[in-house]
Design a protein. Sequence first.
Length: 206
Amino acid sequence: MADAESWYGLDPHRLAWLIRHYTRAGDVVLDLDAHPTVARAARYLRRHPAALVTDGDTSRIRLTGIRARPARIRSLTDGGVSLLLAGLPRPGGDRLGLRALTDVMEQWRRLLCPGGFVLTVLPARTPEPGRISRRSAVITAARVAGLRYHQHLPVLLVPLPEIESRTDPATAASTRPALLHGRHAPIHLDVLAFGTTSTDQEAADA
């Protein structure tokens, strides 16, 4: 189970690496979950953490922990955010249906500045028979919403063993499967990056 310091299973060091990789000093980093670890990492890297404030049918970007004149704050937020962080599925949302995902991705795209990125995190899960994988559904929805698929980053949650006895022909038959409640224990999660623009060739596994 992830501790309170981690963001969807990502420890502060790996989270800070992602923020540094996708932004520059002075950029605005919007975390839809308002996680304190994201805010601390952004401030440490001299970025501006932000939250999304919803009032009825309208939403606005609010910088957190900053003391500046209103004109300065508007100059930072009016052009959009450089990085938007969000876990999927969203709290209270459906099970990653394509239509709902597309609507959400469209809303996120409008919050980005030119050249900005969306980073989504979703726990890895074996596709159900007859259904496309959740990762493929997220990628498809992002493309329909006008975002470009940039990168897939599988993130390990536990150290991998140096020797896996189930792959050894001499011991595989006698090795008990590592199951948790009848399922394999999750050892990684998927981080998917989408951009407003991209010059990279789209990944072949999309």
